[in-house]
Design a protein around this ligand. Structure first.
Ligand code: ADP
Ligand code: MG
Length: 477
């Protein structure tokens, strides 16, 4: 089956589901409110197992959010299982105008871990008083530890147990989606639970920047800004790399940092790269950042990825707990290796599509969903040898024939398909591919590629054959 069809059918399925959700909700809502608010909501996409609904502006979105529980109930009724709903501002969704970004006065809790933080979603509006809540899904208990993150984990725990007295500052860095925010949140929860007298605050460097900029030139707001930051016992600053190039903010940050540090308050910083690699970071900040303990988080290895998925599948218990077989978990873990966020999101998407289509959660389903979601993803590079052996198996020819000189159609066609796939699925150059097919010239490879492309666009069955073979290859890689 074609990817395009699959994507389209998912989109129309999502639209159909939303229509049914509205049907269920309509009788329970005042008709005027319904047409004012829900009529403007547009189903955008599925993130993990969460349905993302767009509103044309912040005002509408805030109104819709109040109906989250009811919407979720209606969605559960339609799907026959629980699933999440979030409302986001999406000006494109109905041609509305974007609102100016509000100056954020308090620290909102980041999106919960189970659905990951959907790309492109605007920050939650300020809803809770500063530092009062941390994400209960992102604690030390829910953090899976392995070789790749054990130092960061231990350091974070030490800091949480003895704020201001273990490592100060603690600087955690690592790639996107590897658990930095999770650890900051875990520290926050831990401190809030164990040291209720302490003031602990989580903030992204971006919020810090906005608050700082919003306070410039207004004495009262500057005082408020200082007050807010300088009275904290523990401050957790996320995504510090955005301070890069922002000189004014760096200055404010430097002074805040010094005040807190000198007073023995705990500072924890997270960044996507080490202090030395943040461009345009003032030297004095760089050396402050490195003056405590700097720890990194590396991408998890396969075993750990499986452990994380197992946890996520089990932890999906607000949705009734899912028993997902190990081979499906391994299948996903082998293919999604860069980020834990993507890893979890891939699994949740598989579960979600499984319930949409009432299909069993098996490798075939995982394969289809992953192909749609991560077309370029593959844990290990695919080798030409794997491609050749799969093509041979499919067409019943031997490898010797495939790379040999014979020019009968029954051999030439599979040979050309294998060359085409080698071009599509590996990074190898045309000459390199030629050399793996009995030292053929690169023009021969190019000819094969163009010819198969043409055949694929004209004949659905050729397209399907190639899809089948390439899924088989991906599964073996
Ligand atoms: P980062 O801030 O490094 O980009 P996050 O902390 O937001 O990444 O992590 C992305 C997602 O992966 C979150 O849902 C988080 O809870 C989850 N996650 C990350 N690391 C782990 C881990 N070791 N164990 C369990 N979940 C994790
Ligand atoms: Mg983060």
């Amino acid at each position: 089956m074609g990817d395009v069809d699959a994507v389209e059918s998912v989109a129309s399925e999502v639209a159909g589901i939303w229509a049914r959700v509205l049907e269920i909700m309509r009788p329970n809502l005042n008709a005027a409110s319904f047409s004012t608010w829900f009529a403007q909501a547009v189903p955008l996409r599925v993130d993990g197992d969460t349905l993302v609904i767009g509103a044309p502006n912040q005002f509408t979105r805030d109104w819709l959010v109040k109906y989250t529980d009811r919407t979720r109930e209606a969605l559960a009724e339609v799907l026959g299982r629980a699933a999440g709903v979030i409302f986001v501002v999406d000006p494109q969704a109905s041609g509305g105008v974007p609102e100016p970004a509000p100056v954020i006065e308090v620290a909102p809790v980041p999106a919960s871990s189970s659905s990951g933080e959907p790309e492109g979603v605007r920050p939650e509006p300020p809803a809770r008083p500063a530092g009062s809540t941390f994400d209960p899904a992102q604690t030390f208990e829910t953090f899976v530890m392995g070789d790749s993150n054990q130092f960061a984990y231990s350091a974070a725990l030490a800091v949480a147990e003895r704020p201001g007295r273990a490592y100060n500052p603690l600087f955690i860095y690592g790639g996107v989606g590897l658990g930095k925010t999770h650890l900051l949140q875990a520290i926050g929860s831990y401190v809030a639970d164990h040291f209720p007298h302490m003031r602990v605050r989580y903030v992204t460097a971006e919020q810090f920047m906005n608050e700082f900029i919003g306070s410039i030139g207004d004495k009262q707001r500057i005082d408020g800004f200082r007050q807010r930051y300088r009275t904290n016992d523990v401050i957790l600053v996320d995504d510090i790399q955005v301070l890069s190039k922002k000189e004014g903010t760096q200055d404010a940050f430097f002074h805040t940092f010094n005040t807190l540090h000198q007073a023995g308050r705990q500072i924890v910083l997270a960044s996507d790269r080490p202090p030395g690699e943040i461009p345009m970071l003032e030297e004095r900040l760089r050396s402050r950042f490195s003056s405590g303990l700097v720890v990194d988080i590396q991408p998890p290895d396969l075993e750990m990825r499986i452990a994380i998925l197992r946890r996520t599948a089990a932890g999906d218990d607000e949705h009734g707990g899912k028993d997902v077989s190990d081979d499906v978990l391994a299948f996903i873990a082998e293919r999604v290796s860069s980020s834990i966020r993507e890893l979890n999101s891939a699994l949740l998407r598989v579960l979600f599509y499984g319930s949409l289509s009432h299909k069993a959660i098996d490798i075939a389903l995982a394969q289809q969903v992953l192909r749609d979601s991560f077309p370029e993803h593959s844990a290990r590079p695919i080798s030409v040898a794997t491609i050749q052996s799969e093509v041979c198996r499919h067409y019943g020819v031997s490898r010797t024939e495939l790379v040999g000189a014979k020019r009968t159609q029954s051999i030439v066609y599979p040979r050309q398909i294998a060359m085409y796939l080698a071009r599509e699925l590996t990074d190898h150059s045309l000459p390199r591919i030629g050399s793996e097919f009995g030292n053929r010239d690169h023009t021969t490879v190019l000819h094969a590629v163009t010819k198969i492309q043409k055949l694929m666009s004209e004949h659905r069955d050729v397209y399907d054959q190639i899809q089948t073979i390439s899924s088989a290859i991906r599964q073996k890689s």
